[in-house]
Design a protein around this ligand. Structure first.
Ligand SMILES: [Cu+2]
Length: 142
C-alpha cells in the first residue's frame, strides 16, 4: 500500500515539473526585436512619371540604390512609388534626386535630360503625364 502511494506521489511530481517547463517555454518565445526595427522605418509615397515594366525596374533600382532604402515599389497605373526607408540614413529628397538622376520626373525633381535621352523608346514617357493618381482617397498628414 505504501508503494502505491509513493508511485502516485512520483507521478504527481513529474506532472508538476512538466507543467512548469511548458510555461517557461512560452515566456521565452516572446521577442521585441521586430517592433523596434519597424519604428525606425519611414513610409513615403510620391508621384513618378513612367510608362512600363522597364520603367518600373529602372525607377525601383534607383530608389533602392539610395543607402537606407529598405523597399521601393512603383505602380505603373498610379504613377506613384511607395518607399520605406531608414530616416536616420537618408531623407525623402535624396530618393527624389536618385530617381530623377535615372531620367524620371518625380513630384519634386525633374528627370535628368541626358538620362531620359538614354532611355529605351518605350520608356520615353510624356513630361505632361499626370502622376500620383490615387484610385481612392487616402489620408494625408501635413
Ligand atoms: Cu518603360
Amino acid at each position: 500500500m505504501k508503494r502505491v502511494i509513493l508511485s502516485i506521489a512520483v507521478i504527481a511530481a513529474l506532472g508538476l515539473t512538466s507543467c512548469k517547463n511548458e510555461t517557461k517555454k512560452e515566456t521565452e518565445t516572446t521577442t521585441t526585436t521586430e517592433i523596434s526595427k519597424d519604428m525606425a522605418m519611414k513610409e513615403l509615397s510620391f508621384g513618378v512619371r513612367g510608362n512600363c515594366g522597364m520603367c518600373k525596374s529602372t525607377i525601383e533600382k534607383a530608389a533602392n540604390g539610395v543607402e537606407g532604402v529598405a523597399s521601393a515599389n512603383w505602380d505603373v497605373d498610379k504613377k506613384k512609388i511607395d518607399v520605406s526607408f531608414d530616416d536616420s540614413k537618408t531623407d525623402a529628397m535624396a530618393i527624389h534626386k536618385a530617381i530623377a538622376a535615372s531620367g524620371y520626373d518625380t513630384e519634386k525633381v525633374a528627370g535628368d535630360i541626358d538620362a531620359y535621352d538614354g532611355l529605351p523608346g518605350c520608356c520615353k514617357y510624356d513630361h505632361e503625364m499626370a502622376m500620383n493618381q490615387y484610385s481612392e482617397v487616402k489620408k494625408e498628414i501635413h
